[in-house]
Ligand binder design. Structure first.
Ligand SMILES: [Zn+2]
Length: 315
């Protein structure tokens, strides 16, 4: 029997702006920047951020049974914290991996890709539209021809009348684009207002239309704004549609402490259930930074379907 891991494909809708920071502060237009793909410079949510939040929330959903597995790996007796249990029947450790002080470690059966932008909201005189490009769609198995320079291809729901502005850009528009029944998990209101731009233009439009907010640091001793503490941060805007994949390996090909993991409590289906348990809380608890400032909520659109098993589109 050939060994074939499952590829789960998830679409997600940003309910709030999402800030996953680079961890550094940059001098320039924006103080706190978000993570980008090196080649395209497009913002993304790293797979490690998805996995970390999913682990924490999945552990919460286990009703405290395995909650000691949610955080850092090393035990802390002073706090009564056990670290990762590393048990073969623990759905958290088996799904997300563990590292114990004794040297035992396991990579985890679920491997997360980065979440990438599929449809990005932009303001236009014709109302909000969502831009995408042939390169993004190709990764989802959809082939579309590239619009000519200075042109866009718009969907029927956009009243463009020959010209369409995307933020500051004014472009020639032709109504010959339709996502139809492709991307079935994406809401129809968004698909009917989709606009296809060239691959090159997509990166520019996204980076010109990121949410940038200004905030002040509060000095905790006075409760007032700390001096010189005005800073700006950027975020993936609300209503962005993102896509990510999770590869799930079958536990029966692995051994933890000499045992097949999750053998008695659900096997591979338990891994998928654990993922769904975690993703279900993205919608209310959010991911990334600044959740207390009304940021980070992400709705996984095909939660109940548990993703789709199958081949990845041309890549
Ligand atoms: Zn555990």
């Amino acid at each position: 029997m050939a060994y074939q891991p499952d590829m789960l494909k998830y679409f997600a809708l940003a309910l709030d702006p999402i800030h996953v920071g680079t961890g550094g502060i940059r001098l320039g237009r924006v103080d706190m920047t978000i993570v980008r793909e090196p080649g395209t410079n497009l913002p993304k949510i790293p797979g490690t951020s998805l996995a970390g939040a999913c682990r924490t929330y999945a552990a919460m959903q286990e009703n405290g049974k395995f909650s000691h597995c949610a955080g850092q790996g090393q035990p802390d007796t002073a706090r009564g914290y056990q670290g990762h249990c590393g048990q073969p029947d623990c759905p958290i450790c088996v799904t997300f991996g563990f590292a114990k002080g004794s040297g035992a470690s396991f990579q985890g059966l679920a491997q997360f890709s980065d979440a990438r932008l599929v449809l990005f909201p932009v303001h236009s005189l014709a109302g909000p539209v969502w831009v995408t490009c042939p390169g993004v769609l190709r990764d989802l198995g959809i082939t579309e021809s590239e619009p000519a320079d200075g042109h866009v291809r718009v969907s029927g729901g956009v009243r463009a009348s020959g010209r369409l502005n995307l933020g500051w850009l004014m472009l020639d528009a032709k109504t010959d684009f339709s996502l139809g029944d492709k991307l079935p998990h994406v809401p129809g209101e968004i698909k009917s207002r989709a606009v296809l731009v060239s691959d090159k233009m997509f990166g520019h439009i996204v980076n010109d239309n990121l949410e940038v907010r200004t905030s002040v640091s509060i000095d905790p001793s006075t409760g007032a704004a700390a001096e010189g503490a005005l800073y700006t941060y950027e975020a993936i805007p609300r209503a962005s549609v993102l896509y990510f994949e999770v590869v799930v390996s079958d536990p029966k090909f692995y051994q933890i402490a000499g045992q097949e993991p999750l053998k008695e409590n659900g096997g591979k289906e338990k891994v998928k259930e654990t993922l769904n348990n975690g993703f279900a809380l993205f919608e209310c608890l959010g991911i990334g930074g600044m959740n207390t400032r009304g940021m980070g909520r992400l709705k996984v659109l095909n939660l109940n379907a548990g993703g789709e098993t199958g081949e990845r589109g041309e890549s």
